[in-house]
Every structure is written in C-alpha cells, then in structure tokens.
Design a protein around this ligand. Structure first.
Ligand code: ASP
Length: 420
C-alpha cells in the first residue's frame, strides 16, 4: 500500500473505531475494567501520548524549515524585482480567495438562514475583548529580535527576517557562496527529517483521530444542525468549486488531478486542526507532488499557513449571520461589507492552531455590534468544523502556490501529472 492509502485507511479506521468505542462506553457496556483499559489506559493514555508527540515533532521542524527554505528560495530568485512580483501575486491571490470565501459564505447564509427561529434574548451586558489595532498588527510584522521571533514561533516575523537575510546573502555574490551551499545542505537535512515524519503519519493520524472521536463528544448538534451542515457544505463548495474554477481558469490545470494529489494533505490538516503544524507536509506536497518549484513553494507555503485562512473566513461569515439571526438583530448592507472586511483581516490574524478562528470571531462580531456571547452558542460543535476548515485553509495554500508557480514558469507539469 502506498503512503496516501495508508493515511486514508488510518483516518477511516480511527474514526470508525473511535465512534464505536464512544458508543459502547456511553451505553455503559464497557464496565469499570473495560473503561479503565480501553479509555483511560489505551485512548487517553497511549494514543494521546503518540498523538501529542507526533504534533510536537511536526512543530519542531517548522521554524528551521521556514528559515532555511525561505533563505534558499530567495537566493535562487534571479532578481529582487522578481521577488516583488512573486510577493505581490501571492498576497493578492490569498486576499482574493479569502474575500471570495467570505462572500460565498454570506450569500449561502442569507439564503438558508441558519439562525432563524432560535430567538435568543439579548444578553444584558457583555464584555468585549480588545481587538489589536491595524497599526499594531502592521508594526508587529517587523521583528526587533530574530531569535525571539524564532523562539516564539512568530511566523510573520520569521518570514520577514528570512526574506531580508536571503536578499542580503544574495547581494554578497561570490563571497556568500560557501554560506549558500551550507544553507542548501541544512535545508536538505530538514527536508529529509520532514520526510521521515511523513512516513510515520498513518500512526500519528490514527492516534489523534481515534482519541478525539472516542473521548470527545461533538456536542449536541440539535438546533445547530442547520448551521453545522450549511458550514460543512460551504467549506466543501469553496474547496471544490472555487478552487477547481481558479485552477482551471487561471492556472489551466486539471482540478481533479489537484484534488487527488492533496487528499492526504487534507487528511493531515483534518487530523491536526492546525495549518501551522501541517506546514511541513504542505511544503512537501506542493514541491514533490504538485510540482511547484522550491523557489516559489518556500515562500507561498509559510505565508499561506500564516495568513491565508479561507475556511476560517467562511466560518466567521456564517457564524456572524447565524448569531445575528439567533438574536434577531438585523444587519445592514454596510454591516455585511464590514463583515467581509473584518473577517478577511481576522482570518489573516488567526494563528494556524486549533480553535483560534473562533476566538477571532469576536473581532468580527464586535465590529458590527453583535453580542460576543453568541460564540458560546456554537462552541459545542466547533471541533469538527475546525478540523474541516483547516483542511480547506491548507488546500487553499497549495492551490495558490500552484497558480503563482504556473504563472512564474516555476512549475513542473510532469510532477503534477505523475502518479505519486
Ligand atoms: N485551526 C485553524 C487552522 O489552523 C484556524 C482556525 O480556524 O481556528 O487553520
């Protein structure tokens, strides 16, 4: 069996096994000893440890991976004006796809009205948390201390430092030759570490998903069924229809081939719920499966994992409409435009770790004067939605990487069409 099949098999077995164990545990058939062995020892003990170690090992490679691959990428770009074009294209595409995502989400939410009929009374008072100002956000992108940025894993700051370092190293010309070579070697060492981790993925994914489905209930869907299924539908719609169309129209690439190539990446994102932990795998997929040359991939992927969150924006759009309908608060057209703007910004500001999108939703709600308590309404069903939207977030990064690489002639079409 190849790795992709093993990853998918691991996901199916883990979900089926986990749900089955939860069912028999909830119905009391396990007994005290069964509970002790299967739940406490096996699931919450062994599997949880394996899952956590797997995520920790993925996170371990992120900072060196971004730094070395980005520096090597920048050094290999022929001119700084080309670097400017690539950055501009990447940023524009990331913003464009997020704006489409949120607009699609609002349209569907207004048609299907997920919150109508819930009729909640307005909370008397609510404490709004302070959203960072745009000014602060912009200043914070620039590191004052590269070591601190790396220690904290502040991705945007690391990206800025790596770009500057790469540009400076390139400007040394011949003199920088030996350092460039050493960077290439270190970069290859890290990439081979990533490969080793990916080989272990079926075990990691099994452990993560089994313990999640066996232990954690997903809350009562009940009144939230419409919200839940609408959100899943829009996420899938955006993933398949929007990305499929962009790949066909802009990239002139076969979308079916793209979806086949990213399926194990999507499973990865689904199991970890974190674009940032998935980043090493995204980088590997865009380079080795989709054919994006490292020059482009090493720039687009870390940036995408940090700022491009279409799935999160979709959740924020639908959740905003849901909450406004549940509290019977009407939003005006200007409010909806504000939602598009703030949800785009909020999704950029969302860290690629589990559940943060929901916290950032507070910023959107506040902007249009909706009660932040509304978040409590949907938190119970958010775990599974978080997993699904993370898969969309990550596939969006891979899609944009293909478009940028194709337009820059840094794309290996044979790799894209290959079987692996
Ligand atoms: N878990 C998401 C991600 O890492 C972020 C979020 O929407 O909570 O991409």
């Amino acid at each position: 069996m190849n790795l992709t099949s093993r990853i998918i098999l691991a996901m199916v077995l883990a979900m089926a096994g986990g749900i089955f164990l939860k069912l028999i545990n909830d119905s009391g058939y396990l007994g005290e000893l069964g509970h002790l062995i299967l739940i406490e020892f096996f699931t919450e003990g062994i599997l949880d440890v394996i899952g956590q170690i797997f995520i920790a090992s993925l996170r371990l490679v992120i900072v060196p991976l971004v730094f070395f691959s980005l520096v090597c990428g920048v050094v290999s770009i022929s001119s700084s004006s080309r670097l400017g074009t690539i950055s501009l294209k990447t940023l524009s595409l990331y913003l464009l796809t997020t704006a489409i995502a949120i607009s699609v989400a609002l349209t569907f939410a207004l048609i299907f009205k997920p919150g109508v009929g819930i009729d909640l009374a307005l909370p008397t008072a609510f404490e709004a948390s302070e959203a960072p100002s745009l000014k602060e956000v912009l200043i914070n992108i620039f590191p004052t201390n590269p070591i601190a940025a790396m220690a904290e894993g502040n991705m945007l700051q690391i990206i800025v430092f790596s770009l500057l370092f790469g540009i400076a190293l390139k400007s040394l010309g011949e003199e920088g030759g030996s350092l460039k070579n050493s960077f290439e070697v270190i970069n290859n060492v890290i990439l081979s570490l990533v490969r080793m981790l990916i080989e272990l993925a079926p075990y990691g994914i099994f452990a993560l998903l089994f313990s999640l489905f066996a232990v954690q209930g997903f809350g009562m869907i009940g009144d939230l069924a419409k919200y839940f299924f609408l959100l899943v539908f829009v996420l899938l719609f955006h993933g398949f229809v929007t990305y499929g169309s962009l790949l066909t129209l802009i990239g002139r690439l076969n979308p079916v081939q793209f979806f086949l190539k990213v399926r194990s990446l999507a499973v990865f994102a689904f199991s970890t719920s974190s674009s940032s932990a998935t980043m090493p795998v995204t980088l590997d997929t865009v380079k080795n499966k989709l054919g994006v040359k490292p020059t482009i991939g090493s720039f687009t992927v870390p940036l995408g994992a940090t700022i491009n969150m279409d799935g999160t924006a979709i959740m924020q759009g639908i959740a905003t409409v849901f909450i406004s309908q549940a509290y019977n608060i009407d939003l005006s057209l200007v409010d909806y435009l504000m939602v598009i703007l703030t949800a785009t910004l909020a999704s950029i500001g969302t860290a690629g770790v589990p559940g943060v999108g929901l916290i950032m939703l507070a910023m959107v709600l506040q902007q249009v004067g909706l009660p932040v308590e509304g978040i409590a309404l949907i938190i119970g069903v958010d775990r599974l939605l978080d997993m699904t939207r993370t898969a969309v977030n990550v596939c969006g990064d891979a899609m944009v990487s293909c478009l940028v690489a194709k337009s820059e002639d840094e794309f290996e079409i044979d790799t894209f069409h290959s079987k692996n």
